[in-house]
Design a protein around this ligand. Structure first.
Ligand code: DGL
Length: 259
């Protein structure tokens, strides 16, 4: 059975996890949210590298077949480096710039401050020279999403820039919880990356047309017997790490009825 680690700074990656579970319902998932150290988006790159390495080392001990960085910020800062350090495939999450550019000429890219200044985002945007992008690194929006899920309030106008845009890209997985609200705020379609990441994971593991391309049949590992992994919810998801109970409760609250 396939084992997949999914990592984010907090609850944002749950939106990616949901899509991965939809496409790979028989796989076993480990969700690790680093909520206590979130948000990552205003941290120095070195810290993000070290936290991401910690998470992937945890997944390695569990014998995962692949890991998903369900975090645009960690992907922008260190996906390439992590691919060099770990032997299992590391799938990243990138802002859905290309589909948004197909839909509109003026596109707002919402992301964390760290992603906003990344070389990776810059090179992604350069692939759409005919589109006018406005990149906005929201300093506190990811934290506000975490807080809202713990009962706090969130007003979008405190966090988002005004303007008219034909499409909005959600370049942070936390923002996907606000998809409908952000779409209404700008009266524009909103693009997130969750389904694209899940499709990438699926094709990597299962192969596209040719099953030989997938790794499903090539890997069979023994699950570590670790007491911290006793907690499993529907669809074979283990929520691990310090905030496992919170992440599991958000996942159930938001998604359990539509998977
Ligand atoms: N969810 C993360 C992302 O996609 C990071 C949010 C944060 O911790 O700043 O960028």
């Amino acid at each position: 059975m396939l084992r997949i680690g999914v990592f984010d700074s907090g609850i944002g990656g749950l939106t990616v996890l949901r899509e991965c579970v939809r496409l790979l319902p028989r796989a076993t998932f480990y969700y690790l949210g680093d909520n206590r150290r979130a948000p990552y988006g205003s941290r120095p790159a070195g810290e993000i590298v070290s936290f991401t390495r910690e998470a992937l080392s945890f997944f390695r001990k569990e014998g995962v077949d692949a890991a998903v960085l369900a975090c645009n910020t960690a992907t922008a800062v260190c996906a390439a480096q992590m691919r060099g350090e770990f032997s299992f495939p590391v799938i990243g999450t990138e802002p859905a710039v290309l589909p948004a550019a197909r839909a509109a000429q003026r596109v707002l890219v919402l992301c964390t401050p760290r992603t906003a200044v990344s070389v990776r985002l810059c090179s992604l945007l350069s692939r759409c020279p005919d589109t006018h992008f406005t990149v906005f690194g929201a300093p506190r929006l990811a934290a506000a999403v975490e807080e809202r899920m713990r009962g706090g309030t969130l007003s979008l106008s405190d966090h988002l820039p005004a303007g008219n845009y034909g499409a909005v890209v959600l370049g942070c997985t936390h923002y996907a919880f606000l998809k409908e609200e952000i779409s209404a705020f700008y009266s524009a379609p909103v693009f997130d990356s969750a389904a694209g990441v899940a499709r990438r994971l699926f094709s990597l593991l299962e192969g596209d047309a040719d099953d030989e391309a997938g790794i499903k049949n090539h890997i069979c590992k023994v699950l570590n017997k670790n007491k911290s992994l006793q907690k499993m919810t529907q669809k074979n998801i283990y929520f691990v790490g310090n905030d496992s109970i919170f992440n599991e409760s958000v996942y159930k609250r938001m998604f359990i009825f539509d998977i």
